[in-house]
Design a protein. Structure first.
Length: 160
């Protein structure tokens, strides 16, 4: 029998595979922190990010595996296939996630993936040439944050 937190993480990825951002956000603690190579978010903005990505996730397919958890921490491996909305290029992203839990919910969530590999797929030649640089990573992060802010402005309910 899986630990209740492992079940929580499995529900989170099941919701992502269904593109159900509301169900994903419901797995997060109100004071959640989320970080990956592009985003660094706290509280309701983390749920809003997943709502935005689910809304935009053309052809999104997700497979999660290796989900383990105990009372305080957990981890998962997941892979996502989708079309990057800005360039219409196909992406296969391989991600390792770590979690902490509080009050039966995800309190911290950190996704790690190879940004250069992602940028080559999502951005093409610019990603190939510059994906390893802090410059491109900062540029992508700033554009992603602007996109999230615009999404929230259009959909204030995304903050929950």
């Amino acid at each position: 029998m899986a630990h209740r937190h492992a079940d929580l993480v499995a529900r989170f990825y099941d919701a992502l595979s269904r593109r159900d951002g509301d169900a994903m956000a419901a797995c997060y603690h109100p004071a959640v922190t989320f970080r990956d190579p592009v985003f660094d978010l706290q509280g309701p903005k983390a749920g809003a990010m997943w709502r935005m990505l689910c809304d935009r996730g053309t052809g999104l397919r997700v497979a999660a595996s290796g989900i383990t958890a105990d009372d305080s921490a957990g981890e998962a491996h997941w892979e996502a296939d989708y079309t990057f909305s800005q360039t219409k290029r196909p992406v296969h992203n391989v991600i390792d996630a770590v979690f902490t839990f509080e009050d039966g919910l995800i309190r911290t969530h950190v996704d790690r993936f190879d940004f250069w590999s992602w940028s080559r797929q999502a951005l093409g030649v610019p990603g190939l040439l510059l994906g390893w640089t802090p410059f491109l990573r900062a540029k992508v992060a700033a554009e992603a944050q602007r996109g999230l802010d615009a999404y929230i402005a259009r959909h204030p309910e995304a903050l929950g």
